[in-house]
Ligand binder design. Structure first.
Ligand SMILES: [Zn+2]
Length: 112
């Protein structure tokens, strides 16, 4: 966290802006088959922060927190109390391995 000391109950904190940003995402570039000229190389889904991809109206609506569309712009963390991740949110891992999503404002309030 920019040289600041983490709270003792936290293991790590990482800002997230797009798929593959979390250090444990382990995303890799996938090259489609040469015969598949329709597809371009793409980054695989993160292991920690997955790609928000919900079919139907839920996926195309705008986020109530950041105003961006949900599908493709946002991330998703399985087993988090509030699992959707906006660009510029922070992914917080506690000492027990539990993960949560904190807003930039919450992080800055704690570490100002
Ligand atoms: Zn959002």
């Amino acid at each position: 966290m920019n040289g600041k000391t983490l709270r003792p109950d936290l293991l790590d904190v990482h800002v997230w802006n797009k798929n593959g940003d979390h250090p444990r995402d382990k995303s890799v570039w996938i090259n489609p088959e040469p015969s598949d000229r329709q597809r371009k190389p793409f980054l695989s889904e993160g292991h920690v922060v997955r790609i928000y991809n919900v079919p139907g109206p839920e996926g195309i609506k705008k986020c109530t927190k950041c105003g961006n569309k949900m599908n493709g712009i946002h991330g998703w963390i399985d087993n988090a109390a509030a699992p959707s991740v906006c660009p510029s949110d922070y992914i917080v891992t506690d000492k027990d391995g539990g993960m949560s999503v904190w807003s930039k404002d919450k992080i800055h309030e704690l570490y100002k």
